[in-house]
Design a protein. Sequence first.
Length: 423
Amino acid sequence: MNHRMRYLATGVLSLLFLGLIYSWSNFSAPIGEEFGWDRESMRFVFTLSIIAFCLGGYFGARLNARLSFRPTMLIAGVLLVGGFASTALVLDAGGLPALYVTYGVLCGGGCGIAYNVIIATVNAWFPERVGFSSGALMMGFGLGGLVLGTAAAAGIDLAGWRTVFLVLAALIALVMGATALVIKPAPMIALDPSSDDGSSGHAGERAAAGAPQAESETPMVRTPLFWVYSVWATCAICAGLMIIGDAKPAALAVGLEAGFATLLVGLVSTTNGVARIVIGVVFDRFGLRAVMASASLAALLGAVALTCSFAPGTRVPALFVAGALLVGFSYGCVPVIASAFARSQFGQKHYAENLALANFNMASAALLSSFAAGGARALGGVENGDFAVYAAVALIVVVALVGFAAFFRLLRRNQARAAERQR
């Protein structure tokens, strides 16, 4: 195994553990039952962890630039280990506010720091196959909920959630320490953007072949393209968060057995993870339009199926399962698209920081999902609360489709202007 593949394999293993953030619905059930906290209080813990994840990603990029990879990873490890261990040890005394800090802030922030610096550092070793490397790394992140989340859920049944959290803290300490020792930053190499051959007819989109454009002189946040992309990404992510953060309780509400409801959480993580490697390869071959269209279509079909599964007066578990898997797939596409979008449109020099900014859409999506779910459930009432929530998801996905169309209209205009300047 050459050094690049060794770094990639180590990164995938690390992200597998970081992907435990998607297992919150498995953790929230036993914690909520023990302390008597309701579903919306538990959902807000997940929302807070996503916001902390985004902030962690941004500050992780800054720390990585100042301190380098190894110290930044050790900081992330301390936050994660402290978050899981303190959740197990202090909830009896601290109650719900303590959970917001220990799991929401510490675990979410540590996860965001590690996620950003691992992806940015490993992807730099794969300039010609950024879709593949991003997809492989993010597949590990997405599969964490299935592989480790399912094992953790079984462990909770046997030994209780406190013991499981302490074991996870110890394992995370080992994995983060090993990652800090094994992975090394790539040397900065000037890449020739003309090497992009525009495979499959996407010459205007450098991302199609995985090669970055020349470094952009305009900061990403000052470009209209970024903000239009953010509208699409926020809405697409929001749809995913509204099922991931509440998958098990919703599965029970639609009539699924408790064992299958737990399995479904893992299956949603599986489609989430598989989407990341599949969409990375598709991105390298066909470009940005194909993967954004695929994510949008999956989100739309999934949202419609989820809404119909809770239609007033009926419960259709099969539709709920299909919708959850489709939305999970759509959600898994977005991080790969964010990574490749930031690198292909704005270059490698500020990639880590731009990736963190692109991932900030998760924070806005988390807030939107929390407010939309709470408001829709209140409107739907006890009987039709879940129907109202997923109807809101469908409306949000429609906005994503509008954002998708606007994004490519603006991208074509930018490409035309760039072509004129080169003449």
